[in-house]
Design a protein around this ligand. Sequence first.
Ligand code: 4UW
Length: 532
Amino acid sequence: MALASRYPDVEIPDLSVPEFVLAGGASRPDAPALVDGLTGDSISHGQLATYVDRVAAALAARGLRKGDVVAVLCPNTMWYPVVFHGIARAGCVMSPINSLYTAHEVAFQLKDSGAKVLVTVSPFLDRALEAVEQTPVDEVVVMDGAEGHASLLDLITSDAPSVQVDIDPAEDLVTLPYSSGTTGLPKGVMLTHRNLVANVSQSRPLVELHEGDERIIAVLPFFHIYGLTVLMNQGLQWGGTVVTLPRFDLEQFLRTIQDHKITRAFVAPPIVLALAKHPMVDQFDLSSLRSITSGAAPLDEALAQAAQDRLRKGADAGVVVAQGYGMTELSPVSHTTPDANRLPAGVTSVPKGSVGLALPNTECRLVDPSTGQDAAAGERGELWVRGPQVMKGYLNNQKATDETLDAEGWLHTGDVAVVDENGCYTVVDRVKELIKYKGYQVAPAELEAVLLGNPAIADAAVIGVKDEESGEELPKAFVVRAPGAELTEEEVMDYAGSRLAPHKKIRAVEFIDQVPKSAAGKILRKDLKARA
Ligand code: 4UW
């Protein structure tokens, strides 16, 4: 039985992402849309609209057409949204690449997505060029300029004619982030204009918006769908100001909140941990904050409460620390905690350990995986989600799409949840392979494939093991040595570490005689978990 949202449905505008998002600031053209949190430089809403038009024109003049993929390998800067919306306005598809990726990982995504152009920054150029060598990418644009490459300035000063591309929001893709989903290697997640427009629209009734007075800190990366939809596009669509930071540094983060009077912070659990525990927090005035919403990994209830109590300094009112839940395949939000006066009738509060309520237009099911039947009231079950934010599917991978998205439109999340009588959901477990390290995806299958490339390794399996001290899940490898091979734990970690981004580091190794597998050859991760 489908569990309906406690909110009435909202209408989803039939617009492309740039039309919808940039309209938010149209009545305030001189107000800052984007601010560089380090330098204070800014781009107004009016400038943003002009720059986006120019980037789209320059891309079209290069011969890029509707549906072509443009990859972006770049940390958060105030120019990232200019590039994203320019690509989208040209009818192209932006595939965001994790800034921490090795050249090998970048090349995988470029090849798999079929990207024609890569946009990057000069500090990443060597890595970008090494990656591009192995791919059909035609051009590398370097935002801040580099000899022999077009820069973003070249694009936004181009005199190419403006383009009007006919976009069908329900069909045409706007972004192609990568996710391993519930199993296997990272896959391109096909998200349409409508998916992203819907997700921002659906979140709106849960927010008590202060028109013209919302400032969002964008420290989580725009290359992750959480950053792209919630921080960038939602912030701009509100007509607010998005203040960017290129990476998380606690002091910079706190100073930026204080100096820019940030009203909304969307973060991941390690930041809440710092807010609750780090002595430096007391040195800054964070009283402008209205809400701190955490997602991407489980947040301990007591920790959320401690962070809130500390920031409120004993006062009754003030900032609310709460959780939301999302998944790349859900554009990404399906659940979040509303502002206090946006709670549905009859609900007085949301428990801090809960991820909140289902958004409007979002149906849920909790399904007992062993029977395929709905779990009894109050019982745990795998969370299934249906709504306009559900992805179109995985790129060129019908099998993985069919395994995740069923014929009735339900997205099987691979997370186990419970729901209380108020409609507040709590995520209690994960039944999929995915490991989360500091909110980043780590796909066991990807680590296993790398390990199997070592001739001294006969077989390998990777699982996440919980570190009690940090609360993080740490990737642990079970390794079968090749006959006669001498291999130490350090050698295994170094081998994988040199080929993968830092968040995918293997942090523990155990040598075993044989990887437990089912008759069909599937790794029995449950057995390994029990052993760990
Ligand atoms: N508790 C427990 C949570 C939680 C969680 C996510 O990398 P992806 O595909 O995507 C994300 C998106 C997170 C997100 C987006 C928008 C938003 O508002 C919000 O809350 C503020 C969070 O992380 O990983 C998806 C997987 O991450 C886990 C869960 O396993 C999910 O399937 N996850 N949020 N609050 N686990």
